[in-house]
Design a protein around this ligand. Structure first.
Ligand SMILES: Cc1ncc(COP(=O)(O)O)c(C=O)c1O
Length: 399
């Protein structure tokens, strides 16, 4: 059913790529779309700008379809951090307001909030680390957080809860349903960093009460580096002050190019955050990837295939005694399968040198982060590729 050919994913002819939780490879469709615009720019010059609005509109509409919203809620970004900063800097904080996040978030979901502590006297409250089944732990290896802890830490001063859908280190996926219900119940805004989920796991914003979602285009999304997306709900967007303003943030820019009209009239939809000339080639690349991968097959089918491929890895891991999967197969499952070592085995110092060396010998691409070897296969990986990874694990285990 899936076209997994090298033609669509040229990386396959070079290596077994299971590092989509890192910098993902771009797909052929994305690069073709980028080249088309770059080519037009070099041969036709200014006329490339005739397609400017259409390219960006196409990206917003593809991204909106991916998450089940309307294109007016979407904005093109450079990365996840840009989206998070637009939110963090634009929210009307009062001194003493609280923001809650998890203590081991990726920096894109930490520094924008730390900045608010410095600039506005906001308190950043950190959820404690837990085991996979939600029990408190003193371990400094990141795993996840619990709703119980969140519930205890919510106070009348909490304005926002901001969490990754999937933790970059362990692959712990949040229960978005329960998280969104709790935040809605307590009248607290929910912001999600979906860099490790969208492109792999389905998220339909209509199913939840989420104020904003920011994510990168260059991991699971298989798009160009330097791209990201931001979803904002209309009610939330209305509450955000602009922190960047330019011609393209203003409603009259939609009517034509009167560069001397300085009327302050911001656009009310997501385009307001695309304040000036955007990187058009990259926008076209990301749109092409969304359409050629995730809209073609549907995000549910994509995640089912990732899960099926992961099962081959899980079974392979279960058949040897050195390495083991960190998390359970069902609850908190994501695209990232994190692997650790059993105690008292050859590779047990956490660096996984033997396994990484074996991967290198077989051209398998994966990374170690925070004590885990992260395996992040995508839907276009094959069963054979998974078996190559399993063989490498068994070989390293036998050393
Ligand atoms: C959870 C999470 N958020 C965001 C990012 C990337 O952030 P940015 O797009 O700002 O580089 C990563 C990258 O690994 C991540 O794991």
């Amino acid at each position: 059913m899936f076209d997994k050919s090298d033609a669509r994913f040229p990386i396959k002819s070079r290596e077994v790529f299971v590092n989509h939780c890192g910098i993902g490879p771009t797909c052929r469709a994305a690069v073709d779309a980028e080249i088309k615009i770059a080519q037009q720019h070099v041969t036709e010059g200014t006329t490339v700008a005739n397609g400017y609005d259409a390219v960006l509109a196409d990206l917003r509409s593809a991204a909106a379809e991916l998450i089940g919203t309307v294109e007016t809620n979407m904005s093109f970004m450079r990365n996840t951090s840009e989206g998070m900063n637009l939110i963090a800097n634009g929210f009307p904080w009062q001194a003493g307001d609280q923001i809650i996040t998890y203590r081991y978030e990726y920096p894109s979901n930490m520094f924008p909030w730390v900045l608010q502590c410095q600039n506005h006297g906001v308190d950043l409250v950190l959820l404690d680390n837990t085991t996979w089944d939600g029990q408190p732990t003193d371990s400094t290896t990141p795993i996840g957080w619990s709703l119980d802890d969140l519930e205890r830490k919510l106070t009348p001063k909490t304005r926002m809860v901001t969490l990754s859908h999937v933790q970059f280190s362990s692959g712990f996926a949040a229960d978005l349903r329960a998280l969104s219900d709790l935040c809605e119940d307590r009248g607290v805004l929910l912001v999600i960093d979906a860099a490790q989920s969208l492109g792999c796991m389905p998220v339909n914003v209509d199913d939840y009460k989420i104020a904003a979602i920011a994510w990168s285009g260059w991991k699971w999304m298989l798009g160009p580096i330097g791209t990201g997306l931001l979803y904002t709900s209309p009610e939330f967007r209305e509450r955000l002050q602009l922190t960047m303003a330019g011609f393209n943030s203003m409603a009259h820019s939609l009517l034509g190019s009167d560069y001397l009209d300085y009327t302050w009239e911001p656009i009310t939809d997501g385009r307001v955050f695309e304040y000036s000339t955007e990187p058009l080639t990259l926008a076209a690349g990301l749109a092409a990837s969304i359409r050629d991968n995730f809209l073609q097959y549907g995000p549910v089918a994509v995640f089912e295939e990732v899960t099926r491929l992961q099962t081959i890895l899980r079974e392979g891991l279960a058949a040897q005694d050195t390495y083991m999967t960190a998390g359970p197969a069902d609850a908190h499952r994501s695209g990232i399968l994190s692997v650790t070592t059993r105690p008292d085995v050859a590779d047990a110092d956490g660096s996984m040198k033997l396994l990484i060396a074996e991967f290198r010998r077989r051209n398998i691409r994966a990374t170690v982060r925070c004590g885990y070897l992260r395996l992040g296969p995508h839907y276009y990986n094959t069963d054979d590729e998974m078996r190559t990874v399993v063989e490498a694990i068994h070989n390293a285990a036998g050393r």
